[in-house]
Design a protein around this ligand. Structure first.
Ligand code: ADP
Ligand code: MG
Length: 301
């Protein structure tokens, strides 16, 4: 299914990001709803062509845990992507309202993001921009990774380190290493770091490397990521969660587990449905998520 972004009309603004704006749009003929992401920076025609060609490859990535891209277009150096619309917002939206997420929800979110990452990594795609605002929620228990590909393709043309809200806050220590330029380090491990840091942020309610009051400049933050000990989960967290986060946040990328390995971690598997009571558990699982989405809806409405 391929849809042209130009055949849609805007309904409302969904959010502003480091690279552009995201709108909720509707297709004129089919009435289907999508998210339209517009990268506002003007790009050279050759760069646009390269981005669109690579997007065409990435458009074929299909996985229940990855936000689908339906089409891309370019007009005067401005690039638009038509994406699957996620009606629950992002983890960043939850964090903005100073909410923390309990371990039970985090385990479910972690499992789904790991399944998406495992799919991308198996297809030799490194996401490079895993962070709370790129983990999107749907009202039917969906959790999906957004902006994969968009970030890899645009990484060479956009400077990500300009602002604190930019990508670098979730970058792993080895990505700051000048000897690693060109990404020859284990890039998959960088995604695992970013996931661990994002989940820890959801558990404690603020960006883990600094206290909530601090507003450090970028070099201070980069120094902390590279040279301070990795942040730890709070004392009262479960041993499973502590171990899961500590493994994700190992400084040495070669010591961080792969997505497929983490899917078998007790923090994830402890909540797994036992087959004999599947029907019942699915029902209660639905109720559990129902409450969660209700809570989210009340935050955002
Ligand atoms: P960033 O990820 O840096 O915040 P984006 O431009 O990717 O910037 O997204 C901005 C906001 O738009 C996100 O925080 C999210 O709330 C919203 N958004 C992005 N993509 C979608 C989507 N596919 N469906 C629904 N909302 C989205
Ligand atoms: Mg994003």
């Amino acid at each position: 299914e391929r849809v042209n972004p130009e055949d849609t009309v805007k309904i409302r603004t969904l959010g502003f990001g480091s690279s552009g704006k995201v709108y909720k749009v509707q297709h004129k003929k089919t009435n289907k709803v999508y998210a339209l992401k517009i990268i506002q920076d003007k790009h050279e025609p050759a760069v646009c062509k390269q981005i669109l060609t690579e997007m065409d490859i990435l458009r074929r990535a299909r996985n229940p845990y990855v936000v689908q891209c339906y089409g891309a277009s370019e007009k005067g150096g401005e690039i638009s992507f038509l994406l699957e619309y996620m009606d629950g917002g992002s983890l960043a939206d939850i964090l903005k309202s100073n909410k923390v997420i309990s371990e039970r929800y985090l385990a479910d979110i972690a499992m789904k993001v790991l399944k998406g990452l495992d799919y991308l990594h198996r297809n030799k795609i490194v996401h490079r921009d895993i962070k709370p605002s790129n983990i999107l929620l749907g009202r039917n228990q969906e959790v999906k990774i957004a902006d994969f590909g968009v970030s890899t393709v645009l990484a060479s043309t956009l400077a990500p380190c300009n602002t604190f809200v930019g990508t670098c806050a979730y970058m792993s220590p080895e990505r700051f290493d000048p000897d690693n330029q060109g990404g020859h380090y284990n890039g998959y491990a960088a995604d695992i770091w970013s996931l661990g840091l994002s989940l820890l942020e959801c558990a404690i309610g603020h960006y883990p490397f600094i206290s909530p009051e601090e507003k450090p400049d970028w070099p201070t933050l980069m120094f902390a990521i590279c040279y301070n000990p990795s942040p730890s989960p709070p004392e009262n967290a479960s041993p499973e969660f502590k171990d899961f986060i500590n493994q994700c946040l190992r400084k040495d990328p070669f010591l961080r587990p792969r997505a497929s390995t983490l899917l078998a971690h007790p923090f994830i598997t402890q909540y797994e449905v036992v087959p004999s009571s599947r029907a019942h558990s699915q029902q209660s699982g639905g109720r559990f998520w129902g409450n969660f989405t209700k809570a989210l809806t009340s935050i955002f409405s």
